[in-house]
Design a protein around this ligand. Structure first.
Ligand code: MN3
Length: 295
């Protein structure tokens, strides 16, 4: 089962530079073949279907624990898309056509179907698909896939990084590049344990260091690239049987932190009257909420 903490894994900048085109590019990192919904669901289903979880516990713990971290990654990508869309449409009344300036900009479904928030689709508005889940049950093959998936995810993030320098997007990208690097290395190390093949020697894939990017280096300076968080009050304790030793790039000691990162507050989500979010007359909803909180 899951517990939920109403915080993001990192502190995100306040949304002040709306950019629906960047929001559309970031959608690839949500619902794309190599997006966060894919990493989340691949590891989640692999953990559901894992056979021999008691006898092969370090490997089960690793997959299940990383799956849980990925829940917080879709949350961060969601916060980024919402943040990039916030304030992108005029906030005037309906009869002034407040959406006319975003007509044909970015993904029209952000305005036509959504409430100026993230959708479960990629950058061409194709829905995320369960077909992206790879789970044969063969542990080595599934881990090899996970390693490849993290490499593809890294490629996607690097290209989105090249498409936008919006501070919200760059903060999310800096963090997720580092965390994806951790997961790449974790799966490489699991494969090394199982097969003897020194997979970590293949890193970086793509062959560019995270230290090149200031937004990424900041998190590395805090040792995020060498840290695996244990996302459970009491379980998944055997991740440290795999996540140990040193980082192949800079020799940092790999360590497990018990519990989630401190993170930052979620964005309160400004009203967007052009899409009637949270309602055409939000004051009425506010009244009802006020009554509930008094009672
Ligand atoms: Mn991720």
């Amino acid at each position: 089962m899951y517990l939920r903490i109403d915080r993001l894994q990192i502190e995100m900048p306040v949304a002040e530079n709306p950019d629906p085109r960047a929001a559309n590019a970031v959608q690839e990192l949500m619902g794309g073949r190599f997006g966060e919904m894919s990493t989340l669901m691949n590891y989640t289903y692999q953990s559901f279907n894992f056979r021999g979880k008691k006898t092969l516990k370090p490997f089960y713990d690793l997959i299940a624990n990383i799956a849980t971290e990925e829940l917080g990654h879709i949350e961060l990508v969601g916060a980024t898309v919402s943040g990039l869309l916030t304030g992108s449409a005029d906030r005037g009344p309906a009869e002034t056509a407040p959406l006319k300036d975003v007509l044909g900009v970015g993904n029209p479904h952000h305005f036509l179907n959504g409430g100026m928030g993230v959708l479960g689709v990629n950058a061409t508005n194709s829905p995320w698909s369960g077909d992206y889940i790879f789970n044969t049950g063969d542990l080595v093959l599934d881990l090899l896939h996970n390693f490849f998936l993290e490499c593809g995810a890294r490629m996607g993030k690097l290209r989105v990084y090249e498409m936008t320098d919006n501070p919200i997007a760059r903060e999310m990208l800096g963090y997720l590049l580092v965390r994806g690097g951790v997961h790449q290395l974790a799966y490489a190390k699991a494969l090394e344990e199982l097969t003897g093949v020194e997979i970590p020697k293949m890193l970086n894939i793509p062959n560019i260091s995270n230290t090149v990017f200031p937004e990424t280096k900041r998190f590395m300076d805090r040792q995020s690239h060498a840290t695996l968080y244990r996302f459970s009050p009491d379980d998944y304790r055997d991740i440290d049987k795999i996540w140990k030793g040193t980082h192949p790039e800079d020799g940092s000691t790999l360590n497990v932190v018990d519990g989630p990162p401190e993170g930052g507050e979620t964005n309160p989500g400004a009203y967007e009257p052009a899409v009637f979010a949270p309602g055409y007359v939000p004051e009425e909803l506010e009244e009802i909420a006020k009554r509930l909180m008094k009672g």
